[in-house]
Ligand binder design. Sequence first.
Ligand code: NAP
Length: 281
Amino acid sequence: MTKTQQKAFVLGWPIDHSRSPLIHRFWLKKYNIKGKYKRLAVPPDMFGTSFLALHEKGYCGGNITIPHKVRAMEFVDEADLMARTIGAVNTVHFRDGKIFGSNTDGYGFITNLEDQAPRWQAASTSAVVLGAGGGARAVLAALLAKGVQKIYLANRTLEKAKQLEKLFGNRIETVDWQQRSQILGHAGLLVNTTSLGMTGKPALEINLEKLPPGAIVTDLVYTPLETRLLKNARKNGFTTVDGLGMLLHQAVPGFELWFGVCPKVTGKLRNHIIADLVAAS
Ligand code: NAP
């Protein structure tokens, strides 16, 4: 089988909402590759058997999404440093009779930040991160790897933030969820990794008054594209970075592994996904 006939997947439950097929099929067309990228709906109790059969079925790899990302760690032969740090796999590659797992969410987060706010590192010796779920793990790992000195972490369930403080070490300091507006004086970078502000979820209540001038505000939520947090921040003169770019950039390493071409995240791809988000809203 040549590279141009490769077949990849996105596996989750449910899977209809996933935009990954739109992204990868856009690139397959753009680079004139005769590959395939399929949605696979697999319920949690079927994950192990279904996942392990995919290589036999001719797949060369794929994406793993909610709710299987943590579980997938048990089934890969080798996980890269980011996947081990985060404790979850979102990209797999079948090669030499082995399953290689990686996590590209942190890469997607940082690449998006660098793309949309190139001076972010100068502004961000310290950051405030809201949330302590899967997205937060990727963001924390990526920011620490980039040398951010101090990260204040606020989460509704304090215990979960404490667990991450323990996991990631003393550059993380947990703060009470109620203190989230008060600690913004420390934030060159503010990151919302909670699902608050997403269409159908409650809004993120936060007062940006204490945020220093020049701070950058970013949201992992990308439905709506401009969340209330980003809108407020923009109106108050802060640089804002939306979450769609993270989704696009996290797809790049997988596509290169499976199809042999390093794809570009372009305005055209972005508009293609935005059109779909708008149609679905
Ligand atoms: P998750 O693991 O389920 O974590 C959800 C987080 O939101 C937790 O910190 C949770 O706090 C918090 N939360 C939920 N409801 C809340 C409420 N009413 N008040 C306060 N906090 C609340 O989810 P995830 O995978 O990290 O995803 C979080 C968001 O990021 C989702 O909107 C997801 O779509 C988005 N995301 C985007 C990308 C991207 O590529 N742009 C990538 C990953 C995730 P508790 O711990 O207290 O429950």
